[in-house]
Design a protein around this ligand. Structure first.
Ligand code: GRF
Length: 217
């Protein structure tokens, strides 16, 4: 089996990146993390990635000023030079232009901390509590030009408790995200996803567990 070459794009903490690195250590995992790219010099995730022996690149978007395309062309060049097959956005806080998204169409994933299409954008946990939903969660989806949209690969459900604060809910969702992203990347790296009418079908899906992670107990 040839493993897919994956780059993870981060802007901060990098806990999802860490989960992907951990998953990719397994000999039977279909992807390897070949690089971590941050648009922020101070992203904590960079240190962890370097200590795990993974190539790191910092591309400070502020040095490009308003030249969003210049930043993205440099990013695209970096990804190509590492012969990347799949890009995983993991807390990467930059909006990407349609040009960049098109370069990586069907090969770029994002993780968002809500059950999309509910609660796009920031402050998802606060919004979920305010809306009074009983189930919240996270989504991994293919990236399209529209923010927090695109064919959904997999989701994880997390119950909302009456006593929840946004922080308490966020930390339970984050633990669930760390299960979800490796599972979703596995499906894509094994070439088991097909986009049909804007939806992501999973080839040979045997159990709901492969597209939906439900809480234990
Ligand atoms: C996660 O909640 C992710 O869903 C969102 O940004 C956060 C990144 O956290 N897109 P981390 O950097 O992976 O710890």
């Amino acid at each position: 089996m040839s493993r897919k070459r994956v780059a993870v794009l981060i802007s901060g903490r990098g806990s999802n990146m860490t989960a992907l690195i951990a998953a990719a250590k397994a000999a039977d995992y279909p992807a390897e993390i070949v690089g971590v790219i941050s648009n922020r010099l101070d992203a904590a995730g960079l240190k962890y990635a370097a200590s795990a022996g993974i190539a790191t690149v910092t591309l400070d978007h502020t040095t490009f000023g308003k030249d969003r395309e210049g930043f993205e062309r440099t990013l695209h060049h970096e990804l190509q030079s590492h012969q990347v097959d799949i890009v995983c956005l993991a807390g990467f806080m930059r909006l990407l232009t349609p040009w960049f998204v098109q370069q990586w169409a069907g090969r770029m994933l994002n993780i968002h901390p809500s059950l999309l299409p509910s609660f796009k954008g920031l402050h998802t946990h606060e919004s979920a509590i305010r809306a009074g939903v009983k189930i919240h969660g996270a989504t991994v989806h293919f990236v399209i030009p529209e923010m927090d949209s695109g064919p959904i690969v997999a989701q994880v459900a997390v119950p909302v408790l009456d006593s929840d604060t946004p922080d308490a809910l966020a930390s339970r969702v984050l633990v669930a995200e760390h299960r979800l992203y490796p599972l979703a990347l596995r499906l894509v790296a094994e070439d088991r996803t097909r986009i049909v009418d804007g939806r992501c079908h999973i080839v040979g899906v045997a159990t709901a567990e492969q597209a939906l992670v439900v809480p234990d107990g």
